[in-house]
Design a protein around this ligand. Structure first.
Ligand SMILES: Nc1nc2c(ncn2[C@@H]2O[C@H](COP(=O)(O)OP(=O)(O)OP(=O)(O)O)[C@@H](O)[C@H]2O)c(=O)[nH]1
Ligand SMILES: Nc1ccn([C@@H]2O[C@H](COP(=O)(O)OP(=O)(O)O)[C@@H](O)[C@H]2O)c(=O)n1
Ligand SMILES: [Mg+2]
Length: 194
């Protein structure tokens, strides 16, 4: 099964909640035709399906906690395999959330060629999420859950960046800038991959 993904080009997109991962991924898809897999979106789709598993996921996500590793990884892998014949590369958005998730991904799927570290200040992220919350309908775009997501990001996810710095695949992207300027930096990083 995993053979299908043997030569896949994999890009991890890591950054705090509301840092702009989804926004940049959309632009990468438009220009490069990569397959965008947002782990959060995959989980929300499962919740929307109304399945028993979805109900359990919803409770975890509403609290801003992390869904068990195997659940997310299986979903990502399934989605990757479904696109294996047509995909030019994969954007894995919002995963890994902790070092252990990165290690498991490499064991079960493969190694990333690049990690885009989408970086914004905590204050900026909170502001963006509160604004997004006015229209997103996301159960976790509220002040209390945002605070928990941020805490967890600094505690569990930032170490992921240090972990991948060892193999020199991290590119830090300043996402305080306007979207198009951020994308100009992202483009350079992706172009270097080819
Ligand atoms: N000014 C500015 N705003 C941005 C930028 N990127 C995203 N935003 C805004 O910030 C909000 C959050 O962006 P998303 O792309 O949804 O963020 P995300 O990192 O995917 O967030 P999660 O889904 O919560 O992980 C959106 O409402 C965007 O309009 C940027 O580069 N500059
Ligand atoms: N790899 C992942 C991705 C999302 N999630 C859950 O899904 C929620 C939303 O994820 P997301 O990536 O869309 O958003 P942010 O938390 O980055 O803002 C998280 O707060 C977690 O509860 C997870 O547990 N593991
Ligand atoms: Mg997102």
């Amino acid at each position: 099964m995993t053979d299908k993904l043997k030569d896949a080009k994999i890009v991890f997109v890591v950054g705090g909640p509301g840092s702009g991962k989804g926004t940049q991924c959309e632009k990468i898809v438009a220009k490069y035709g990569y397959t965008h897999l947002s782990s959060g979106d995959l989980l929300r789709a499962e919740v929307a399906s109304g399945s028993e598993r979805g109900k359990q996921l919803q409770a975890i996500m509403q609290k801003g906690e992390l869904v068990p590793l195997d659940t997310v990884l299986d979903m990502i892998k399934e989605a990757m395999i479904a696109k294996a014949d047509v995909s030019k590369g994969y954007l894995i958005d919002g995963y890994p959330r902790e070092v252990k998730q990165g290690e498991e991904f490499e064991k079960k799927i493969g190694a990333p060629a690049l990690l885009l570290y989408v970086d914004a200040k905590a204050e900026t992220m909170v502001k963006r999420l509160m604004k997004r919350g006015e229209t997103s309908g996301r159960a976790d775009d509220n002040e209390e859950t945002i605070k928990k997501r941020l805490d967890l990001y600094y505690k569990a996810t930032e170490p992921v960046i240090a972990y991948y710095e060892k193999c020199s695949i991290v590119r830090k992207i300043n996402s305080e800038l306007p979207v198009d300027e951020v994308f100009a930096i992202v483009e350079k990083a992706i172009d270097e991959l080819k």
